[in-house]
Design a protein around this ligand. Sequence first.
Ligand code: TRP
Length: 447
Amino acid sequence: MAKRDSFGSGFGVLVAMAGSAVGLGNLWRFPYLVGTNGGAAFIIIYLAFVLLLALPIMYSEFIIGRRSQANVFGAYRVLAPGTKWCNTGYIYVLGSLAIISFYCVVGGWTMAYLWKAVTFEFSVADTAVLGDTFNRTVTSNTEPLVFMLIFLFVTSIIVMAGIKEGIERYTKVMMPLLFVIVVVVAARSLTLPDASAGLDFLFRPDFSKVTSKTLLDALGQAFFSLSIGCGTIMTYGSYVNKRENIVGLSAQTAITDTLFAIIAGLAIMPAVFSFGISPAEGPGLVFVTLPFIFAQIPFGAFLAILFFFMLFIAAITSSISQLEVIVSYLKEEFSMSRKVAITSSLVVIVTFGVLCSLSQGTLSDVKILGYNFFDFFDKTSANILLPLGGFFAVIFVGWKMKKQDVEDELTSGGLHKLRPAFLNFIYYSIKYLAPVVVAIVLISGLV
Ligand code: TRP
């Protein structure tokens, strides 16, 4: 059998994981969810979920992947042979499919905006005009579809190149650059008149508005933003060698991701309040607010190009991690070549993607359970499939695997020592805390 592909270095793993985590979830989804869920209280709940739930789940996925060195189905077959556990693999493949199907649409929007930035379409500082531009862009029957296809094409080429030559190489350079640009935009946003109203919104909590929907949205966003619950970390983990430090890499990924989300909030909310845009504007929030800022700062036209280029890259480093889950599954379970696996996945993804894209305009009246296609894919994946997938991962590691084996993975066979108290804390969060809280939020949010 050919040698299985793997990451070349620990830094390579980190950028790939952080590259997967940091994406449209931070810069597009987080700000608008903060906006529609009332601000600071949402952020605090979100942070608590990241710390208490997301990390144990990330460790668990990592443990399953690295210990088995197999795809999301094969992993359970290696670790729990002869049981029904491998069926949980369906949740991960389905979840990844649902996510990438609408993710590629928003990825297409970022490309459309990159194109607009290059052709200087943003020189007008008028929110009405910019809002109109956004609506026209996403409701069109051609523009977003064309860009969505290009987005998927680029994603496929990188996944085609494999782990070390594709995924690792591209993420290493782009992530730091994106960080710098977002900080520059945040600095401008914070110095606008009335920026303090935005800061109030971000940091002064009003818990009276918190409902079970707020909790479910925060949970879904924590899973979405950290790329957990649908096998991404499991799959990447399966390409990681036995010496890397799981706990450290996961913590660094979570910190990087959270930092990006908060800075994205600082870039957007002050401007939203300063310009009198409604924070509850919804998915168009970033696409309306940022061009408005760019139209008002020196070198704004240039920064706009850089920003949307980086956003595109951030989105690509995430979409490749979604596609890789499906591709490694098809490759290993059905002995397909990478090429055949990618092509077959694309047939399904493009079909769903077209439906999601058209649901913004032509197909807006077609509803499943009250949602249009786009929202249906977004909500069922983030708020249901990801928490479910995460739930099964922690149950498996906490209840099915031997404690000894779990500790062995967490410390990489004793190579990375952890204090016994800390090790126990991690283990019991995996075993009790994470599954109980996920179950409560999931059930109360759905009922
Ligand atoms: N975390 C990415 C973002 O914030 C999106 C993403 C990549 C993802 N892989 C995932 C979300 C797996 C859920 C599951 O944009």
